[in-house]
Write a protein that binds this ligand. Structure first.
Ligand code: ADP
Ligand code: ZN
Length: 737
């Protein structure tokens, strides 16, 4: 079929509507409109913008088609490959195509008006008649432009020749210089430099992994690789050398890392190997930087794209390899529509293109592990730390026994205190991990049991000492600390539980001479808060780093020889069937920060449930053992990875309406449910109210997502919800709060 026979464009408009619409391509635009074009079209009585997703020769719309008004920009924003991926996301996650496109294109790229940074430049006109009688200043300008290859921005010329605008304007008038606009790319790395590194000689296990990737690069439909490597086993080196191989074949790579791990430390390891040809995409960039990076990637001017979740949509022209580091991280799941899982989308993109993908982790998600067990993925293991460094020794401390010994619960076991003391003497560094920020978890009245709670959300306040205020961690609401119990007027309020602030306080009291710092969302709010704490720790200006899970991920500090995990059971008590898995992952990742240098590391796990499988297996560093016990438990309850979990979220300001809606939908679904479909009763979400919005949910466990969504749609169509209640679908739900 010749191109000329496409006269109709199927367009997804920027409006919250399920379907696409067909428009005529007027003669004047035939050469301009292509798949991915952004266009303006008439819609009802107004004009809206949209994207061309398909060119067709006949429409089944059954009405007269209106013509496209104009093309907004000459750039094709989406290609067929990405559109295929987005249609899959739209169908699988039950999201509108318009939402999927919005997610795939960074805001600053979509926005009309946003654009390249243009600067005024001057160019030395070729063959211009350059007079001999130039002033000294004019001559300086000409000399500079000659040495700069003929063109330079006006600002740079004025700065470097230290002249005023007058001589420059004179030269322009004489026809020696021409004024023009030049694109000035914004460079996120403008103010940092790194020392280049060379590929390391690989350990045998790393060698085997790399060899596998190279092998798969030659295959048409390679299976995904699950790279299970203990912490510090040198997964990153495998990534780097695999990427180098892709680049050698003129292809590009995408590297996904969790937002929290997207530290300068991670990025600079890639920059040190690949230099300028790295592009980054994440939320800390300015709008202009994101805009320019996206265009740099699209035009093939970056070999490696590193970014968080949405970087999986990077418009690389010749994708040859995808890497998903820390593939088990829950932050790969987007919590708003489209509620996609970036790891699974990455697997799909690799499958559609036919390129290899590496999913790397020390603690793979059970979904990925089970895919490897079933032969869908190829399992590749790095069982030892690189350079034969030892894994740390791990001790589980039963805090119930410690409490009995002291007649009351204690914060630190004696052995941990002793170990900290000895590290301070040896000038080694340590990390203390506690998965809760703030000072105390709540304010409790010992007399009547009153607990201060947020009035908009169904959780108790957290006491923050630095602000001397009670804060809600859901809505950010704050309340001053009451003098007496608001319920019984008793003045002897007490702080129950504790957070990182209080832990920091206690550490300072126990070790007055130690240099202590804290890392959590409260101390890293400023633009450079995170970096400055890490720099201080790296430069050994800090002895003890106290932190939340922010310190658990991907950090590499060779002088850390001791890690203390306070309240290791905290995450076990979450109302989530993945609580055991999360706990195992957290302990393993935190413990992995210890002993990454010359001196072996030691880890203390303080817990009130020392015999729990997650804790015992983490102590033995037995991932496979944990996975097999956990998979058996999940099998019994038909939980993922043995099924898919779809969560229906009902939200609204009127509790009765939210509850009734969720109950009737659950009942209707249950009434005709086909086999292999388990529909639970409607329940309030664990976080039952947030920001004055009530939350109910219905959990569906099924074998086939597509069939279930079809069934759900049929039922939902016959059951209109009240205006005030919203219903959202979360396919393969990760966050059950
Ligand atoms: P992971 O990503 O698996 O946690 P890293 O890639 O951070 O592990 O590697 C841990 C340390 O081991 C790093 O300092 C890295 O430079 C070093 N390393 C990795 N591979 C090798 C190797 N083949 N030889 C020597 N050192 C290595
Ligand atoms: Zn609140």
């Amino acid at each position: 079929m010749s191109v000329a026979s496409y006269r109709i464009a199927r367009i997804v408009v920027d409006i919250a509507i399920e379907r696409a619409f067909d428009y005529l391509i007027p003669d004047a635009l035939v050469d301009d409109v292509q798949v991915g074009s952004r266009v303006t079209v008439p819609f009802g009585s107004r004009h809206v913008q949209g994207y061309v997703v398909k060119l067709i020769s006949e429409s089944d719309a059954g009405c007269t088609l209106k013509p496209i008004t104009k093309r907004v920009s000459p750039i094709p924003y989406l290609d067929e490959q990405l559109l295929t991926l987005l249609s899959w996301i739209s169908a699988y996650y039950g999201a509108r195509m318009e939402q999927c496109i919005r997610t795939a294109l960074p805001g600053p790229v979509r926005k009309t008006g946003a654009g390249f940074r243009e600067q005024q430049a001057v160019r030395l006109v070729e063959n211009a008649n350059i007079s001999q009688k130039n002033t000294e200043q004019q001559q300086r300008i000409i000399d500079l432009l000659r040495s700069a290859g003929g063109t330079q921005t006006v600002t740079a010329v004025l700065q470097q020749t230290r002249t005023s605008r007058t001589p420059l304007q004179t030269l322009v008038r004489k026809g020696v210089l021409a004024l023009e606009t030049a694109i000035q790319p914004r460079d996120p790395f403008a103010h940092s430099s790194v020392i280049r590194t060379e590929p390391l000689e690989l350990m045998p296990a790393q060698q085997k992994a790399l060899h596998l990737v190279l092998q798969l690069m030659k295959e048409e439909k390679p299976k995904p690789i699950l790279l299970h490597g203990v912490t510090g086993s040198g997964k990153t080196e495998v990534y780097l050398q695999a990427i180098a191989a892709a680049i050698k074949c003129q292809q590009q790579a995408i590297v996904l890392v969790p937002e929290i791990a997207l530290t300068p430390q991670t990025v600079s390891r890639f920059r040190a190997r690949f230099g300028e040809r790295i592009a980054v995409l994440h939320s800390h960039l300015s709008e202009g930087e994101r805009h320019d990076e996206w265009h740099r990637i699209r035009t093939g001017n970056a070999d490696v794209v590193i970014g968080a979740r949405s970087a999986i949509f990077a418009p690389v022209p010749h994708l040859g390899l995808i890497i998903v580091d820390e593939e088990h991280e829950p932050s790969y799941k987007q919590s708003e529509a489209p509620r996609y899982h970036a790891r699974d989308v990455a697997v799909m993109r690799a499958h559609q293109i036919g390129c290899p993908i590496i999913l790397g982790s020390a603690t793979p998600a059970l979904e990925s592990w089970s895919n490897a067990q079933r032969g869908k993925y190829i399992l590749c293991t790095l069982p030892d730390r690189a350079d034969y460094r030892q894994m740390p020794t791990v001790q589980v401390v039963d805090m119930r026994i410690e409490a009995e010994r002291h007649g009351q619960p204690v914060i630190f076991a004696k052995d941990l205190l002793d170990a900290m003391q000895s590290r301070l003497q040896r000038k080694e560094q340590m990390m203390l991990f506690l998965n809760r920020r703030g000072f105390a978890s709540s304010l409790i009245c010992p007399k009547c049991g009153y607990v201060s709670e947020c009035t908009s959300c169904s959780i108790s306040h957290t006491y923050h000492k630095t602000q001397h205020a009670l804060l809600c961690h859901i809505c950010g609401g704050r309340r001053s600390v009451p003098e007496h119990c608001p319920q019984c007027s008793d003045p002897s309020f007490r702080y129950a539980g504790f957070g990182t602030q209080r832990l920091e306080d206690i550490v300072r009291k126990c070790f007055p001479h130690a240099r202590v710092a804290r890392m959590d969302t409260d101390t890293t709010r400023g633009k450079n808060g995170y970096d400055s704490i890490l720099d201080g720790f790296r430069d050994r200006r800090i002895d003890i780093l106290v932190g939340t899970q922010m310190i658990a991920k991907g950090l590499h500090f060779p002088n850390v020889t001791l890690v203390g995990i306070m309240f290791a059971d905290m995450s076990l008590h979450m109302p989530d069937f993945r609580a055991g898995e999360r706990t195992f992952q957290l302990i393993t990742q935190v413990a992995g920060r210890a002993g990454r240098g010359e001196v072996a590391g030691e880890v203390f796990i303080q817990t009130y449930t020392p015999h729990h499988t997650a804790i015992q297996m983490a102590r033995q560093m037995d991932y496979a053992g944990f996975a097999s016990a956990e998979l058996a438990f999940r099998q019994e309850l038909f939980y993922p990875p043995h099924s898919h979990l779809i969560c229906l979220h009902f939200r609204g300001a009127n509790e009765a309406e939210v509850r009734l809606s969720s109950e009737s939908v659950a009942r209707m679904l249950q009434a005709e449910a086909p086999a292999n479909l388990i529909i639970a009763d409607a329940t309030p979400a664990p976080l039952a109210k947030a920001k004055n919005i009530y939350r109910y949910q219905v959990m569906i466990r099924c074998k086939s997502v597509r069939k279930t969504l079809r069934y759900f749609r049929k039922i939902a169509a016959s059951l209109p919800l009240p205006q005030t209640v919203t219903l959202a679908l979360d396919v393969d739900a990760v966050d059950l709060m």
